[in-house]
Design a protein around this ligand. Structure first.
Ligand SMILES: NC(=O)c1ccc[n+]([C@@H]2O[C@H](COP(=O)([O-])OP(=O)(O)OC[C@H]3O[C@@H](n4cnc5c(N)ncnc54)[C@H](OP(=O)(O)O)[C@@H]3O)[C@@H](O)[C@H]2O)c1
Length: 364
């Protein structure tokens, strides 16, 4: 038997069950990964609450992890038992000791990258890769606006933008988060809980405004983001941390300056193995060169996934969070306390779940 987190109904963190399951055997084209570390992402909360429907219940949860291949299905040629690997897409079920997924969604991990680093950066780092290098290919010297700059995706974006010579203006909700974003390479920050974002962007850009806004906050920032754009600028709406953007009158894009808008997802970009490999290679290069350092500010044992999600949803986390299947509960309590200390100081700092959940990041 092995452990996994599952849910039989949607709702709050209390619906998450720490269940015993028999590890599945991989079918043709699949591999089974023994997870060493699992990534926590906002999209996991969207599935738990039902904002994004799981393909069926009970359902596993999570799409990001890193570990070792321990079983290989027929027809898989690029992976073998014992390979160190990482993944960020595929069926729900990464919150588990073992996860079976299509081999095409799994990439080999370079020796120099640890499992925890990979689990903390595959989904978030590949997202930053497509946002900054594909959705809008940033050029040195450009100034951009990036919301939630001290979060998991945001922390990587600050460093990647800096490496490109791009001036990233990051929004944050506290001084501690502002300090963290600046440490990670943001050019300026705005506390969007206190300051007028549009006015500050106008000041910082000397009236030019920005060619692109990366907005994962959603409902609360939609209109503000549009107002920060230059004429014909691009609004990249890639998440719903405050709730989804709904009931948009498309005419607003004309009123605010012939704007463009896109709603991208990782699955929309890493949609073939070739593209996934190319994007991963670029991410791994950023990690191995040290241009991007992944800040794992919170670690939880797998069974405390609900607690970890609650911290993420209530804006208490910074950087990335990982769930560790092998972490002992006693150690867990200590480490959770430690990580609470860290964030307090930071405040002063389908198989059944397959097909549809492969579409999940198309909603991410
Ligand atoms: N489309 C894609 O391909 C894709 C892929 C990955 C992630 N995402 C999206 O990117 C975002 C960031 O993901 P993440 O996992 O790295 O999370 P995260 O940024 O670590 O956490 C979310 C952050 O959003 C900010 N926020 C603003 N309003 C909020 C609200 N009402 N409730 C909760 N948080 C709020 C908070 O930062 P402040 O306290 O500083 O405001 C919070 O820390 C999520 O929206 C996620 O869905 C999209």
């Amino acid at each position: 038997m092995a452990k996994r987190i599952q849910f039989s109904q949607t709702g709050g963190p209390e619906v998450l069950e720490y269940a015993d399951v028999t590890p599945e055997e991989p079918k043709s084209g699949e591999v089974r990964v023994k997870n060493h570390a699992v990534g926590l992402n906002f999209i996991d909360i969207y599935f738990r609450t039902g904002l994004y429907p799981a393909p069926g219940l009970p359902s596993g949860l999570g799409t990001e992890g890193a570990g070792v291949v321990d079983a290989v299905g027929e027809g898989v040629t690029h992976l073998k038992e014992g390979d160190r690997v990482a993944y960020a897409q595929g069926p729900l079920g990464a919150y588990a000791e073992h996860h079976v997924l299509p081999a095409d969604k799994v990439v080999k991990l370079p020796e120099g990258i640890e499992f925890e680093t990979a689990a903390a950066s595959m989904l978030k780092g590949l997202t930053v890769q497509y946002l900054l290098r594909q959705t809008y290919r940033l050029q040195k010297g450009e100034t951009i606006l990036f919301h939630a700059a001290a979060g998991g995706v945001g922390s990587i974006a600050c460093q990647w933008a800096k490496a490109l010579g791009v001036k990233l203006i990051g929004t944050v909700s506290s001084q501690e988060k502002a300090d963290l974003a600046m440490k990670n390479g943001a050019w300026a920050t705005i506390d969007y809980t206190k300051e007028n974002v549009v006015e500050r962007v106008r000041e910082l850009t000397k009236g030019d405004m920005v060619p692109v806004v990366y907005d994962s906050v959603g409902k609360d920032t939609w209109e503000t983001s549009l107002d920060c754009l230059q004429k014909r600028g691009l609004m990249v709406s890639f998440g719903n941390a405050s709730g989804p953007v709904e009931n948009v009158n498309i005419g607003i894009l004309n009123q605010k300056g012939a704007l463009y808008v896109t709603r991208p997802s990782l699955n929309g970009y890493a949609d073939t193995r070739k593209r996934l490999e190319a994007m991963s290679a670029e991410l791994f290069e950023m990690l191995e060169s040290g241009k991007v350092k992944v800040d794992i500010a919170q670690r939880y044992p797998l069974e405390k996934a609900g607690e970890a999600q609650e911290a993420l949803a209530s804006r208490k986390t910074t950087g990335s969070t990982v769930l560790l299947p092998a972490m002992q509960e006693t150690q867990a309590v200590q480490d959770t306390e430690q990580s609470n200390d860290v964030s307090e100081s930071q405040e002063t700092q389908a198989a059944q779940e397959g097909k549809a959940s492969q579409d999940q990041d198309s909603q991410a």
